[in-house]
Every structure is written in C-alpha cells, then in structure tokens.
Design a protein around this ligand. Structure first.
Ligand SMILES: C[S@@+](CC[C@H](N)C(=O)[O-])C[C@H]1O[C@@H](n2cnc3c(N)ncnc32)[C@H](O)[C@@H]1O
Length: 340
C-alpha cells in the first residue's frame, strides 16, 4: 500500500476512535450512566432500571465504553475503569460542559465551515446554552493548572484587593477568598445567569466579595482600587480596540505598581519541543471554533498580547506557560504614571 494511503487510513481509524470516545462519554453524562456504573451492573440490571430504553443501543454503548477503556468487564457485568472513574470525578470541573460543547455546538458549527469560508452563510452568534452554561463551566477545566500559580502570585505580591473581570462561575475568587482571609474582591460578569451563579457560589464571603453583573467595557471608578486585575480566559471576547480601551481604563483603578493578569490559550505559542503533547491542535481548534462566530477573531498569539501590554504602558511583562502549554498567564505592572 502506498505510504500516504496507509497514513491516511491510520488517521481515519484514530478519528473514528476519538469520535466514539466523545459520543460515549457525552451520552454517559446525559443518561447518568457514569454514576450508575460506579457499582457493577449488567445490561439486564440497567434495563431493569430503565425499562423503556433501547436494548440494542444500550448494549452497543456498554461494548463501546468497554472498548474505549472506560468500563471494565467481568463476565456479563460492567463497572467504571480508572479512566471511567476520572470522568465521573472530573465531570463538574469543566469536563461535562466541554464534551457537551463538542457534541452539540462544535460538530454542527464546523459542518457549516465550507459555507462560512466562502461567505455563503453568516457567522452565527453564540446561543444561550453556550453563553449561559457551557463557556463559563468549560473554563473550569483549567483550574487545576491555574490555581497553584495564582495562589503563589497572591502570596508573593501580597494582594489585598482583587478585581476579576469576566469572573464566570467565580471559582478563582472563591479559592482566593478561602486561602487569603484578609483579601477583598470584586467580580464583574456580563451574563446575568452566570453572574447569578457566581453570586450563589460566593455568597458566604459577605462584605469581602462583591459580584457585579455588568460590562467590563463600562467600568465605573466607584469600584475602588486594586492590587491586581485579572482577565481570565476572556481576552478573545474583546476586539483589538476594546482590549486597548479596557487596559487603559484598568490603569485608572490599579494601585501604583498594581498588576494585570491575562490568562489565555494562545493560537501560537513558543517552542514545540517544550510541549508535553507536540500539537497545536487543541487550542487551534478552539480558536477556529470561536472564529466561526460573529464578532470573534479567535484566540490571540503571544506577540499580540505582549504588544497590547507594551502599547498600553504596562511593564515587567512575564509570560508563564501553564502545564500542557495551552494556556499562558501574562502578568505585567502599571508603573502608576498619569494617563490621558
Ligand atoms: C470563558 S469564561 C471564563 C470565566 C472565568 N474567568 C474562568 O476563567 O473560569 C469568560 C467569561 O467572560 C464573560 N465576559 C465576556 N465579555 C465580558 C464583558 N465585556 N464584561 C464582563 N464579562 C464578560 C463571559 O460572560 C464569560 O462568563
């Protein structure tokens, strides 16, 4: 067989395997099968619990989940494997939202790519499920990598007042409040449903933390002043002009030598050889998907963020790649000079 054909077959088979993984995992979430299979169960046990379900399809689901190493099998019964247990454990930390995004939004979104590229159809806008649920929840998946870094920075720089712009579910504010008892914070979130969840998630901090439902492009000076302003996983929402205006406005509410922290996945970043997985695929696909929507240009490149910080007068720029080198944290200081 011609080597090109062999390589293509290999890619196609691994594509089918990956698609199978995606569909099996997401179906398991939707039907709560991961929870039910924490205890060993046979097809008959599951059908007894769900008498109206399709026997043939459920049998195929179990077989596929076993082939994908998500279930272990003992004669006729199945139970979560180590990988299956990880799925169940990690589901509310962004995984379930991410898989829902892939199946329900990425697949039909990319199916329109020929018409989008040729301009035969208009780019869509993110629908309510994406805006109100999935975007902020899928973002929780980066927390295990981001949090240790954020905690160290808070300790090292002795932050006392923190502003979290586009705070989503409020996860970082929550963890910071918990770990640093004298810290006070404000979170700004534009989406009312997400802001309400952030308020519920963080209400125990009382006066120490305020969640405001509002637009970061419309910052009020009454917010107070801050040692640090975080823009976590949302710089791609803002156009180039909006980023400049936002960063200039933040200078008015940063304390002298206050810091800005921009966390973002990058479209291109650094040296391939330093990667754990030598691929740009995860973030490039994310960028590609975002760019299929009206008003979005995809993820930024490292140089774009550096240039933005320099142009808006921030100094001491540090770029920290987080594990897997998909997300990067950019930290910079504002020297406190008078702005126009
Ligand atoms: C991907 S989520 C990230 C949430 C959180 N920062 C995190 O890292 O987990 C981006 C969030 O930014 C919010 N957002 C987008 N544009 C905004 C704006 N102009 N003002 C305030 N929030 C905004 C979105 O509604 C969304 O909840």
């Amino acid at each position: 067989m011609e080597p090109g054909m062999l390589a293509l077959l290999g890619r196609t088979i691994s594509l089918m395997e990956n698609l199978g993984f995606l569909w099996v995992v997401q179906t398991g979430f939707k039907l709560e099968l991961w929870g039910e299979l924490e205890e060993r169960k046979s097809l008959e046990d599951l059908l007894a619990l769900h008498p109206t379900w399709d026997r043939v399809l459920l049998d195929h689901w179990l077989e596929q989940a076993f082939c994908q190493d998500l279930l272990s099998k003992d004669s006729l019964s199945y139970k979560l494997s180590k990988l299956g247990k990880a799925i169940q454990t990690y589901r509310s930390q962004g995984l379930e939202a991410m898989y829902q995004e892939f199946v329900v939004h990425w697949s039909p979104g990319f199916a329109r790519l020929p018409e989008l590229i040729t301009g035969q159809t208009e780019k869509t806008i993110f629908g309510s499920e994406m805006e109100e649920e999935l975007i902020s929840k899928a973002s929780l998946a980066s927390e295990p990598f981001v949090w240790p870094f954020l905690r160290n920075n808070c300790q090292k720089n002795k932050w006392q007042h923190i502003l979290d712009i586009g705070c989503g579910e409020g996860i970082y504010l929550n963890k910071l409040m918990e770990s640093f008892p004298s810290l006070q914070g404000v979170g700004i979130e534009i989406n009312p449903t997400v802001a309400e969840r952030a308020q519920n998630n963080t209400h125990s901090w009382g006066e120490r933390l305020k969640i405001i439902c509002g637009d970061a492009l419309d910052l009020s000076q009454d917010l107070g002043t801050f040692d640090v302003c975080l823009l976590n996983n949302n710089i791609y929402y803002f156009s180039r002009e909006q980023r400049e205006s936002l960063l200039n406005n933040l200078k008015k509410i940063l304390k002298p030598t206050g810091q800005i922290g921009i966390l973002t996945a990058l479209r291109e970043s650094g040296n391939q050889s330093q990667r754990i997985f030598r691929t740009h695929i995860p973030q490039n696909l994310m960028s590609f998907f975002i760019a299929c929507h009206q008003g979005f240009l995809g993820l930024p490149a490292e140089g774009e963020i550096r240039e933005l910080l320099q142009q808006t007068g921030y100094t001491d720029i540090e770029v920290i790649p987080l594990p897997f080198r998909i997300s990067h944290y950019f930290f910079a200081r504002y020297a406190g000079l008078k702005t126009s």
